[in-house]
Design a protein around this ligand. Sequence first.
Ligand code: GAP
Length: 435
Amino acid sequence: MAENDLMDKIVSLCKRRGFIFQSSEIYGGLAGAWDYGPLGVELKRNVKNAWWQSVVHHRDDVMGLDASILMHPTTWKASGHTDNFIDVLIECKGCNKRLRQDHLKNGKCPQCLATVFSEPRNFNLMLKTSIGAMEDSSSVVYLRPETAQGIFVNFANVVDSMHRKLPFGVAQIGKAFRNEITPGNTTFRTREFEQMEIEYFCRPEDAPAKYEEWINARYQWYLDLGMDKTKLKLRKHEQDELAHYAAGCTDVEYEFPFGLSELEGIANRTDYDLKQHAQFSGKDLQYKDPVTNEKFYPYVIEPSGGCDRATLAFLVDAYHEEIVNDATRVVLRFHPKLAPIKVAVLPLLKKNDGIVDLAKKIKHDLQKDIVCVYDDTAAIGKLYRRQDEVGTMFCVTVDVQSLEDQMVTVRDRDTMKQERVAVAQLKRYLLDKLK
Ligand code: GAP
């Protein structure tokens, strides 16, 4: 299948089956903004929960934080975003499209292959708004372009309130905004997105080892959630790609149908951010060793991922087409932790009150512990195909026989094997399988 055809099919499935919709579509949409539908919101929430579990709950050394989107404007002076968070913008004289200069392909416009462009100009990516009743320069604030700075400005609060010794990390999931010149590839590059970031503080001499540890941990997270290893790559940045303060950066990349693209970056940001904020705020942001009383600025390792990019990658990776009984079966082979719906309860005959009542009763009992749906809007073959297409792990079918023997048929999404299971044992059976 041609790569573009594959992406078109996935985007169309996302809309048709309630994963991703264009923002404000009835008004013609808004470039670079997307909405998650009923299944998309479950999937994305599962991605966020899996991340939080892995980096906060399952570790001893990382705590969570939820900072506000609007921050004091000096934050962005200190971080360097006000002066340096720019893309170089050019306009193609062939097709009049605005482009990022670094997106040219061998000096040619990727749209029309023209080679003549307007003078390059710097374009700051931060989105501005204003607060308070007066709209003047003193009321300007920015929608944060990354969640990271919310962690740095709270460094002293976390140290003082949590009494942690180095090394420790602070993790955050939240919205970030960038006025991207060329948003595209659905939710891959958008103007409003969610980040999952960790700032891991350590002694300067421990930073190289912690950097390597985090690269491995973050790469492994995608594999543990079922991502195809042949499509997941690590790319170390060349020296000339690094920010001036960074001692190293490695990207986790995924082979999307539109090319190998960044999911996450793991950087050694040295002590740059804390020192900058100390200088601009006048506050002492050094760490004091509780044993030796030694004071110093910790180094920081920053694994910074995009929640929307990870969600899109898991969607693309899960998409499979196969021929079954001379027909194409589309199935999203999500990892059980990520599947938006775990179980669908389906009555074989929707005109039989006994079957419908039992199916609804089973669903209501299961839903206390398992995300499940009830569906009686089509014949069973069609209902199975619909559930495969959204990656539902198990279908439970209630039939006439079920009324007599209190057994139901459980169909496995991946093997398509069917098993009869006693209603009394059903929840235990499913929970074991979903582990
Ligand atoms: N604090 C470091 C930082 O923000 P970044 O590489 O600019 O680094 C981190 O962003 C991650 O955020 C990226 O790896 C990507 O997954 C996600 N991201 C960045 N810009 C994005 C955009 N316009 N749309 C969707 N995700 C984006």
